[in-house]
Design a protein around this ligand. Sequence first.
Ligand code: FE2
Length: 281
Amino acid sequence: MSIARTLKMTAPTHTVLEGGGFPVRRPTAMGRLMSPFLLLDEMGPVHWDPGQAIGAPAHPHRGFETVTYMIQGAMKHEDSAGNKGDLNSGDVQWMTAGRGIIHSELPQDDFLKQGGVSHGFQIWVNLPAKDKMMLPRYQDIQAKDIPKVTSEDGKVWANVIAGSTLGVQAVIDTVIPITYIHMKIQQNGVHQQMIDSGLNGMIYVFGGTVYVDGKPVHDGQLGILNDGDVVKLEARDDDAEFLILAGPELNEPIARYGPFVMNTREEIQQALLDYQNGTLA
Ligand code: FE2
């Protein structure tokens, strides 16, 4: 017998300026409720005039992962471990900062020159204490290598970044079990998503309205799910577009200061010291 996941609560988003000043939509409920996710930023959609696009110049990270998924636009990434890559529409960069990395995320030169629409997500995934100081790891996956699947009736489409849906498994390797799926459901379409019981599950809607076990979650809302092992997702009067996110409750103390996320204040002070001394990365 499977147990249906119902909607525990919805959290609204607010718009803030991040990095060099680009607008992001961010759910107001964070922390424990979203574990193991530390942050969920919808970047844009924003239209940049020629010469105006901005990003986040060199900055440090320690103790977690940053996952960037571009839906539209053109960014370039570079880090202190020698990794370098372009992020075009549909590409994912899964960056495990581990013990430390200096990271730069900027618009590509041509995009900056010509302007255009930029839209995507950056999600921070926490690492368990035992993995916080792991060696940095970088997975740069192009859109063509990310599995996509459409349901038999054609009403459900998914881009499988992590985890699995509709019988399709992601290619990205995650440190802890993570589900990260970009899904679209056409009007009157229904999808039953398995999410292992015990994991925290949530739905972030960025187009239309998704009915979660019959309860609406609107554009710009984060729906937090109760426990269970399957969630019924449904579009009714319009098409819906959203992310499905799930992962384990880490149940460890969080000490957070800007781009460092550790377990204790002492570890944060050490990270700051290492950054100042040039030994972070
Ligand atoms: Fe970063």
